[in-house]
Design a protein around this ligand. Structure first.
Ligand SMILES: *[C@@H]1O[C@H](CO)[C@@H](O)[C@H](O)[C@H]1NC(C)=O
Ligand SMILES: *[C@@H]1O[C@H](CO)[C@@H](O)[C@H](O)[C@H]1NC(C)=O
Ligand SMILES: *[C@@H]1O[C@H](CO)[C@@H](O)[C@H](O)[C@H]1NC(C)=O
Ligand SMILES: *[C@@H]1O[C@H](CO)[C@@H](O)[C@H](O)[C@H]1NC(C)=O
Ligand SMILES: *[C@@H]1O[C@H](CO)[C@@H](O)[C@H](O)[C@H]1NC(C)=O
Ligand SMILES: *[C@@H]1O[C@H](CO)[C@@H](O)[C@H](O)[C@H]1NC(C)=O
Length: 532
């Protein structure tokens, strides 16, 4: 840090990025990260920090949209404990919420976690209801999590596993041999989408020769390569504009313990170089390189991949422009954005357990709580509502309807009845409904009237019994007369109707009497039939 520099190519972790971005602000040195970091590194707070790969905001949006597309409502997540992943979890949660889904449980695995810790995390995940698991970690922890999940028999029919871009990074860098022993049949994963260009294939060929085919490269290597060129272009422009590289001594803080801040040089042309970088307009290995006004990379998009039989199948793409599609996003940018759910498509998935039947996505957990069912108990309406018989048993028509309905559900539903009211006075039905709305009860069963206010806070079944209550209002007595048949229409309507029939009558009469000889048209008989 004591060597004068004009730009820094960035770190892999958000924590370091946060720290160093503050420093970059002080010394006016543009700081570029080619790795997907968390989106809280905003250009407002860190003007000298630039992310050259799509950040986790888009990754999390893509995952939320996949989950919503498959129709799941609750999701569990396993993440590495750290700033980046915690922030990403927050984003996943809010993106799911936008889709009316829920991140119902999330559990961190610690950086240097012991197998025991990962095991415990997975056992917790298994005890929850959701069977949709998102794994958002560094590659090392991700592999440990999947290995442990395999051992615990959790990568099987009924589960949905979504591994974020770390899994494709592992695959692209080290090949399938690393994971072949894991048998990740049915796992879904994502990879930043890169346009397949001649330029890129040419680079791949050169890379193979250079590395003797011994080192693979993942998408972020391409972003790294492009980042270097981005800086080169910006510097080229900087010199063409006649600027010179110079540094001034950093005077704001004198040296502190260990870190000699006084030795830092402030890059005088930092602001100009930054402007050139933000205005980048070139084509790299990853496709067109430009930044949006908010400094996010243009056209963030991902490939969606399904692990099938030790291979990766492309299910489709996600792009910020048009959501999920089976056509490559480049072909869609010319068209207007269409994010309607009817326009979202992916190829069919092979799920864990080698099945194409979509998992339900949740399970009643063994140690899960049974549904708490509130039952109003009142002194009146015993037959229709419920009765408490000496013991704590509950009977009655509503309960019978509930039990009959439960029998039709193809899986067990644990439940417990909770009596609401003292059995002597009439319980407050509004309070009961509010308790359902506030999750004190999961369900209420009983003689609860469906009224407008209540439908705003809870869902009702279709009514299965009439209350027998009717509204009685006075009506004006009408004379019974010979003209009573006229009543359905107003006088105006009668006039219009009469005029219409008179005109039709006249036309028919004219046709029957040969008037149509004067007109050209269909044969007389046919027209008369049609008109009649
Ligand atoms: C590739 O092979 C050449 C010649 O055998 C060797 O000099 C070079 O170090 C190798 N490169 C790598 C990355 O292994
Ligand atoms: C900056 O500090 C160095 C020593 O750390 C000194 O040699 C140099 O003259 C200073 N430059 C300016 C412009 O003050
Ligand atoms: C980027 O460059 C191309 C030509 O190379 C030009 O057509 C386009 O307008 C430029 N875009 C911006 C935003 O400057
Ligand atoms: C992503 O899409 C949203 C809404 O469709 C839009 O507001 C936002 O600007 C887009 N971002 C990028 C980087 O294209
Ligand atoms: C998965 O099922 C397909 C056909 O249903 C079969 O061909 C394939 O061998 C199965 N793969 C595994 C790993 O069981
Ligand atoms: C209440 O309990 C008594 C005896 O325990 C039984 O005879 C009666 O049928 C019960 N009433 C209902 C409604 O089940």
């Amino acid at each position: 840090m004591e060597i004068n520099m004009v730009a820094v190519i960035g770190p892999f972790s958000s924590r370091i990025a946060h720290v160093l971005s503050n420093l970059a602000n002080e010394v006016h040195v543009p700081f570029l990260s080619f790795f997907a970091l968390d989106p809280t590194l905003s250009p407002l707070q860190y003007p000298y920090f630039i992310q050259t790969a799509p950040n986790d905001l888009y990754l999390m949006t893509a995952i939320a949209e996949m989950i919503s597309y498959f129709g799941y409502r609750e999701v569990t997540a396993i993440y590495t404990d750290g700033d980046q992943f915690r922030n990403s979890m927050y984003i996943l949660s809010s993106k799911l919420w936008e889709k009316r889904c829920k991140l119902s449980y999330k559990t961190p695995v610690l950086d240097s976690s012991s197998p025991q810790c990962i095991n415990n995390a997975l056992v917790n995940v298994r005890s929850k209801e959701s069977r949709v698991v998102v794994v958002h970690t560094y590659p090392k922890e991700g592999l440990l999590v999947l290995k442990a999940a395999k051992r615990l028999g959790m990568i099987k029919k009924g589960y949905v596993w979504i591994a974020t871009t770390w899994l494709t990074n592992v695959l692209d860098t080290t090949g399938f041999s690393t994971i072949s022993a894991l048998d990740l049949q049915g796992v879904l994963t994502l990879r930043p989408h890169i346009l397949d260009s001649d330029k890129r294939q040419d680079f791949e060929r050169r890379w193979k020769i250079l590395s003797n085919g011994s080192i693979g490269f993942n998408t972020y290597c391409l972003y790294a390569y492009d980042t270097v060129w981005m800086i080169a272009h910006a510097l080229d422009k900087f010199f063409n504009e006649g600027s010179k590289i110079s540094f001034s001594n950093y005077t704001r803080v004198k040296g502190t313990k260990g870190l000699n801040l006084a030795a830092l040089g402030i890059f005088d042309g930092g602001k100009r170089l930054l402007t050139n970088l933000v205005k980048t307009n070139m084509t790299g290995l990853t496709g067109p390189l430009r930044f949006n006004p908010d400094r996010s990379v243009i056209h963030p998009s991902f490939d969606i991949i399904n692990m099938v039989g030790g291979q990766s199948w492309l299910l489709g793409y996600w792009s910020n422009h048009s959501g999920l599609s089976v056509q490559p996003p480049e072909t869609l940018y010319a068209k207007p954005s269409n994010r309607f759910s009817s326009n979202q498509h992916l190829r069919s998935v092979v799920w864990p357990g080698n099945t194409t039947e979509k998992p339900r996505g949740w399970e009643f957990s063994n140690n899960g709580k049974p549904l708490r069912i509130g039952v109003p108990v009142s002194a009146s309406f015993k037959e229709v509502g419920i009765q408490v018989n000496g013991s704590n048993e509950i009977h009655g028509f509503s309960i019978d309807v509930f039990l009959a309905a439960r029998k039709l559900i193809p899986y067990p539903v644990p439940y417990e009845f909770v009596i609401f009211g003292d059995g002597h006075t009439k319980p407050s039905y509004t309070e009961l409904v509010n308790k359902v709305a506030h999750n004190v009860f999961d369900v209420a069963v009983g003689d609860i009237s469906i009224i407008a206010n209540r439908t705003k806070v809870v869902d009702f079944t279709q009514p299965y019994i009439e209350s027998g209550l009717v509204v009685v209002v006075p009506i004006k007595k009408l004379d019974s007369s010979a003209w009573v048949f006229l009543r359905p229409f107003t006088p105006q309507l009668w006039i219009v109707t009469t005029v219409f029939f008179v005109i039709v009558g006249i036309v028919v009469w004219m046709l029957e009497h040969g008037w149509n000889d004067k007109f050209r048209g269909p044969p007389k008989q046919q027209l008369v039939t049609i008109l009649w």
